[in-house]
Write a protein that binds this ligand. Structure first.
Ligand SMILES: [Zn+2]
Length: 196
């Protein structure tokens, strides 16, 4: 897939296969746009990216350069090798039809979960697996009293994060569809995806 480049339109997702050693670059084209990434081991798609194992192994809620993203079977799937932002989230699930309806009363509108699942359908990966992304550029924090807050992303136009595959992977990335909070600066824009 080296040399691959695509632009994910606002509120959409794309999936691709990464060979071990390849580096995936996620670019925020216009700034303040979050991108959710989920990853699955080609050899066994029941092994996939886990927020919990990643937080636990790195002993932090916000992974940074040099940190690895782990699977639900405690294996490194990706390593953050370059990053011009340094603000990413490993706490929140993808936005979804459920979140829109249950929390915001918006009916019949899809979110990142549905968009990621649609992109993964050709790979035989079901939506029940699309639960815990690496939320690139998402600016969330846990306050001292334990409450979580989503703030506007700090990424500027052209900012990027590079992730090296530590196994052969199927990855899906969404240009986050959340237009009901500060997550994407109140406007959903496109995300660039390339393989270096
Ligand atoms: Zn989203």
């Amino acid at each position: 897939m080296s040399g691959f480049w695509t632009e994910i339109p606002p509120k959409a997702a794309r999936a691709l296969r990464l060979t071990r050693g390849e580096v995936l670059r996620i670019t925020d084209i216009e700034g303040q746009q979050v991108a959710d990434l989920v990853a699955f081991d080609v050899a066994d798609p029941d092994e996939y990216l886990s927020q919990g194992f990643t937080r636990s192994n790195n002993q932090k809620v916000m992974p940074e350069v040099g940190d690895q993203l782990y699977s639900n079977l405690d294996k490194p799937l990706l390593t953050i090798v370059e990053d011009t932002v340094g603000v990413h989230d490993m706490l929140f699930p993808p936005c979804s039809r459920y979140l829109r309806e249950h929390r915001f009363g918006i009916k019949n509108e899809t979110g990142c979960r549905e968009h990621l699942a649609a992109a993964l359908e050709p790979y035989g990966i079901g939506s029940e697996r699309v639960t815990d992304p690496f939320n690139a550029f998402m600016n969330a924090r846990v306050s001292e009293d334990g409450t979580m807050e989503v703030m506007e992303a700090t990424s500027r136009p052209g900012d990027y994060v590079d992730l090296r595959a530590e196994a052969d992977l199927i990855v899906a990335v969404s240009a986050c569809a959340s237009d009901f909070d500060a997550c994407n600066g109140w406007t959903c824009t496109a995300i660039g995806l390339s393989v270096l």
